[in-house]
Design a binder for this molecule. Structure first.
Ligand code: NAD
Ligand code: MN
Length: 497
């Protein structure tokens, strides 16, 4: 996909124009207050640029503008095929700018450029394209009515949508929301994480170039407790969609209740179990997958396979395979196309992960791999992929989402016990099962309280599969046509003939 070397990427990074301003009604604009904050790269600690620190005054402007744009009908009442064409052009333009978007992502939050380019950007573009293509394939309903009545059940765009997203997949999480939100005809205000605003800010301009009318897609960078809170409390926002931590997700429900009862859809944290039965079809494949499930994206994945549940009879055979597989995941400079573990998003997150590693040791878990900061001389924030053996499910490292490359290994004797441990968590985002027994696979999958269950693989699925959580992992689903539920209101129109 790319022939650039590390030196080539570094050269591009030097000449990259960093835009840090908000995007309202088709134009970049400083925060009303004029305030900015530093955008610091976790790759090497360098200041990349200044980001507009938006607050309630900017939220007010953006919401007013999004509302009047929505009411104008310029997008909300545009012919579906025209809207579709623009969405598809938007996706294509993202691909045209793939290298720039990937580079912004890598510099801003530290993920390896190879993955940013092969996974984040194309997946994000696909989310826009897939939802754009859906526009003229979704039909409304005609109810089964008596002879003299006509009942129409139609979906309407909901109005002003605010999307608040995290920093681990900045572009992809944004596009999982933007795809169906824009396809439905809404006006959107995107609030990227203060830790990773660059790709969202750039994306807004690409959307405009593609023909998304001014005011339909706005971006307000800034902090959660300032602009995020102002948007969440705003009386004229119809829907709030969120990906982030369970703690903030709960707070957003309170804000909605305290304000206008805006609809709130939440994708939150996870502590996903990866269950390996003794009759797994291929232990080597299971081990490689378990390593990838905790090391990919520096473990900063909501569905990270952070609890590895291994049947006791194969534990001594299986764990060395996982340790061996994890050795292939090595921290390195993320601008090197060969790197598969980049920097964690910032020093605060790195210190939080290191504190969990200390807690694991204090609780008596056995550190068998990693456990330390890496590449200190770089000036960036790097952590060695880490494995704890001898973990029990009551330990802090088994209960809390670490959001870093730290794997807890637990053992079980029966399927029933595996299910009990797997479900003993406040979360319910994902789970995986490795077995060659068909009935065991299905029965275990049914018993797991999780929004996604994978069998003999970790992290399967594409745009056709709904994604989201049970329990405190959230509500509602991204991806698939089910996502449209979040961005539309159902209307029943009953006509007497
Ligand atoms: P976070 O909850 O701290 O922040 C997420 C977003 O919320 C950021 O944009 C932040 O600025 C904003 N925010 C913070 N406080 C706010 C407030 N008071 N009002 C309004 N907005 C506020 O999460 P994070 O640290 O950015 O991301 C990591 C978390 O995201 C993890 O818990 C992870 O599991 C979760 N996550 C979930 C999914 C999923 O699909 N379920 C995907 C990726 C990440
Ligand atoms: Mn950053």
């Amino acid at each position: 996909m790319t022939t650039l070397t590390r030196a080539g990427w570094e050269q591009r990074a030097q000449s990259l124009v960093i835009e840090g301003r908000a995007f309202i009604h088709g134009e970049y604009t400083a925060a009303v207050s004029g305030a900015t904050f530093d955008c610091i790269s976790p790759v090497d600690g360098r200041v990349l640029g200044q980001i507009a620190s938006c607050d309630a005054a900017d939220a007010e402007q953006a919401v007013q503008d999004a509302r009047s744009t929505f009411d104008s009908g310029v997008w909300s009442r545009m012919a579906p095929t025209a809207r579709k064409a623009i969405m598809i052009r938007f996706a294509s333009l993202m691909q045209v700018h793939a290298e720039e978007l990937a580079l912004l992502e890598t510099l801003d939050m530290g993920k390896p450029i190879g993955f940013a380019l092969s996974i984040d950007v194309p997946s994000a573009a696909k989310a826009i394209r897939w939802n754009g293509e859906a526009i003229d394939k979704i039909y409304d309903e005609v109810a089964t009515t008596p002879h003299d009545q006509l009942g129409l059940v139609t979906r309407e765009p909901i109005g002003v949508v605010v999307a608040i997203v995290p920093w681990n997949f900045p572009l992809l999480m944004s596009c999982w929301k933007l795809g169906p939100a824009l396809a439905s005809g809404n006006s959107v205000i995107l609030k990227p994480s203060e830790k990773s605003p660059l790709s969202a800010i750039r994306l807004a301009r690409i959307a405009l170039e593609a023909g998304i009318p001014p005011g339909v897609f706005n971006v307000l960078p800034g902090f959660g407790h300032t602009v995020g809170k102002a948007l969440a409390l705003h009386m004229d926002v119809d829907t709030l969609v969120f990906t982030g931590s369970t703690k903030i997700a709960k707070q957003l429900m309170i804000y909605a209740g305290e304000s206008n009862m805006k609809r709130v859809w939440l994708e939150a944290g996870g502590k996903s179990p990866n269950i390996v039965f003794a009759d797994a079809p291929d232990l080597q494949a299971a081990a490689e997958s378990a390593a990838a499930a905790i090391a990919f994206n520096q473990g900063e994945v909501c569905t990270a396979g952070s609890r590895l549940l291994v049947e006791r009879s194969i534990k001594e055979q299986f764990l060395p395979l996982v340790i061996e597989a994890l050795k292939t995941w090595k921290p390195g400079n993320p601008l090197d196309p060969a790197t598969n573990v980049g920097a964690v998003v910032d020093t605060q997150q790195m210190n939080s992960v290191l504190a969990y590693i200390e807690a694991g040791q204090a609780d008596g878990a056995k550190l068998v791999v990693g456990g330390k900061q890496a590449l200190q001389e770089s000036g960036g924030s790097y952590i060695e992929p880490t494995i704890f053996d001898g973990v029990n499910n009551a330990m802090k490292i088994a209960r809390e989402e670490i959001f870093g490359p730290v794997l807890s290994v637990l053992t079980f004797d029966t399927a029933q016990e595996a299910i009990q441990i797997a479900n003993d968590t406040p979360y319910g985002l994902a789970a995986a099962i490795w077995t060659s027994n068909l009935s065991k696979a299905h029965l275990t999958a049914k018993a797991l309280r999780a929004g996604s269950v994978w069998v003999n693989q970790y992290d399967g699925g594409d745009m056709t599969a709904p994604f989201g959580g049970f329990k405190q992992s959230g509500n509602g689903r991204d991806k698939s046509l089910h996502a449209f539920d979040k961005y539309t209101e159902l209307k029943a129109t009953w006509i007497k003939l």
